[in-house]
Design a protein around this ligand. Structure first.
Ligand code: S3P
Length: 442
């Protein structure tokens, strides 16, 4: 039986995409802006906030724990914080929807407060591993009771004061790093996170901006040591959220693939820990110019001018993966249209995102007539050399926004339409995706 609330859509061969678009605010930065504002003493103002379901789940959770959060205009929000250590016991379970970032970061916050919180989520989120945050937060003293396999629903009973620790990340994960740093805010003494492979550093940047004492040193092995002093007092801020490079990625690839396209994407965040896709696409022959490089809200930003290009296959260095971890689904679509072979390895983390993105992308690409082989930790793709793909298949989105958007873009360069069973999950990160696409078509 089909879900009466699902939104099936068909995406067809597209004429050239032309024009200028502004993409919504960065999801990672939006979550952190709400959380830290809710912990500051006083009123913070945020503009450019992403108003997607994931971020709204964070807002609802912070409200349930005592913060006053109001929308004052489009993307404009005002947050009156409760102060570190003063989060309130929420009246009921916190529903995290589809959002792994909300869940893992908020588990960190709760872990060092004297409250008990139950976290629930949708089918996708309930299948994702939480053991990676349960381990360090338990070492800090939180009592966590999870569903089998360390999954949601789970309950966190915080400990205040919590126990500071030095924690070496066993996987490249900004969410695990951030969970520990947020737990450390209400933990006396110095907590250290050691990050052998750098991941997005928005938490570090924003914690410093809010006045936390946080230092970052890189050792002789290239590992980053992040030290934060607990019992911090955060000062309210005015935050401007830049556009999300992970959302820009869909239009960046669309403009490169659809013949005749010429698109400018305005105000895209280009933090080096997020900008890997641009480097790789340029190495493949993509015509991407960065215009007006500047700084917005402590993050590097530029406008991207993108023109249709013939792409060449590439072997992607796995060291680049963390800086484009959310962009692999759409990157695989780019590779499917390139000339020659693209090889990716070291992408085990893609199996524990909103869906198993290696399996789902390999199956979907094959269904629309691309040549993609799944390996244990990557995909090998033999591109069409710019020829449109056959298309003509129904793709299951698996409640994964980035799978849905990737195959929507694939439809623009396919002979027969590509149908997505349900585009509703796109509202988690990019509510106006289809409207922006329509605006670039004649
Ligand atoms: C995020 C970190 C990444 C990323 C996710 C957002 C964050 O997850 O995939 O979309 O905001 O910290 P991991 O930490 O699991 O790599």
């Amino acid at each position: 039986m089909t879900d009466p609330l699902s939104s099936p859509r068909r995406f067809c061969a597209s004429p050239p995409l032309t024009g200028r678009i502004t993409i919504p605010g960065d999801k990672s930065i939006s979550h952190r802006a709400l959380m830290l504002s809710a912990l500051a003493v006083g009123t913070s103002r945020v503009t450019g906030l992403l108003e997607g379901h994931d971020v709204l789940a964070t807002a609802a959770a912070m409200r349930a724990m005592g913060a006053r959060i109001e929308r004052t205009g489009e993307g404009a929000w005002e947050i009156a914080g409760v102060g570190v250590g003063s989060l309130l016991q929420p009246a009921g379970a916190l529903d995290m929807g589809n959002s792994g970032t909300s869940t893992r970061l908020l588990m960190g916050l709760v872990a060092s407060h004297p409250i008990t919180v139950t976290f629930t989520g949708d089918a996708s989120l309930s299948g994702r591993p939480m053991g990676r945050v349960i381990d360090p937060l338990s070492q800090m003293g939180a009592d966590i009771v999870a569903s089998p396999g360390g999954r949601l629903p789970l309950m966190v009973r915080g400990l205040a004061p919590a126990i500071p620790l030095a924690y070496r990340l066993p996987m490249a994960s900004a969410q695990v790093k951030s969970a520990v740093l947020l737990a450390a805010l209400n933990t006396a003494g110095i907590t250290e996170v050691i990050e052998p492979v750098p991941t997005r550093d928005h938490s570090e940047r924003m914690l410093q901006a809010f006045g936390a004492e946080l230092s970052v040193d890189t050792d002789s092995d290239g590992a980053r040591h992040i030290r934060i002093l607990g019992e911090a007092e955060l000062k309210p801020q005015t935050i401007v959220v830049p556009g999300d490079p992970s959302s820009a990625a869909f239009f960046l690839v669309a403009a490169l693939l659809v013949p005749g396209s010429d698109v400018t994407i305005l105000n895209v965040g280009l933090n080096p820990t997020r900008a890997g896709l641009i480097d790789i696409l340029r190495q493949m022959g993509g015509d991407i110019a960065l215009l007006g490089a500047r700084e917005v809200g402590g993050e590097p930003v530029a406008d991207l001018h993108v023109r249709h290009s013939a792409l060449r296959g590439i072997e992607v260095d796995p060291a680049v993966a963390p800086s484009m971890i959310d962009e692999f689904p759409i990157f695989f679509v780019a590779a499917a249209l390139a000339q020659g072979r693209t090889v990716t390895t070291g992408l085990d983390e893609l199996r524990v995102k909103e869906s198993d993105r290696l399996a789902v992308m390999a199956a979907g690409l094959e269904a629309i007539g691309a040549r993609a082989e799944e390996s244990a930790d990557g995909l090998v793709i033999d591109g069409s050399g710019g020829e449109p793909l056959p298309g003509g298949a129904l793709i299951a989105g698996h409640l994964d926004h980035r799978i849905c958007m990737s195959f929507a873009i694939a439809g623009l360069v396919s002979k027969a339409p590509v149908e997505i069973d349900d585009m509703a999950p796109v509202a988690t990160s990019f509510p106006n995706f289809e409207a922006l696409l329509a605006g670039l078509q004649p």
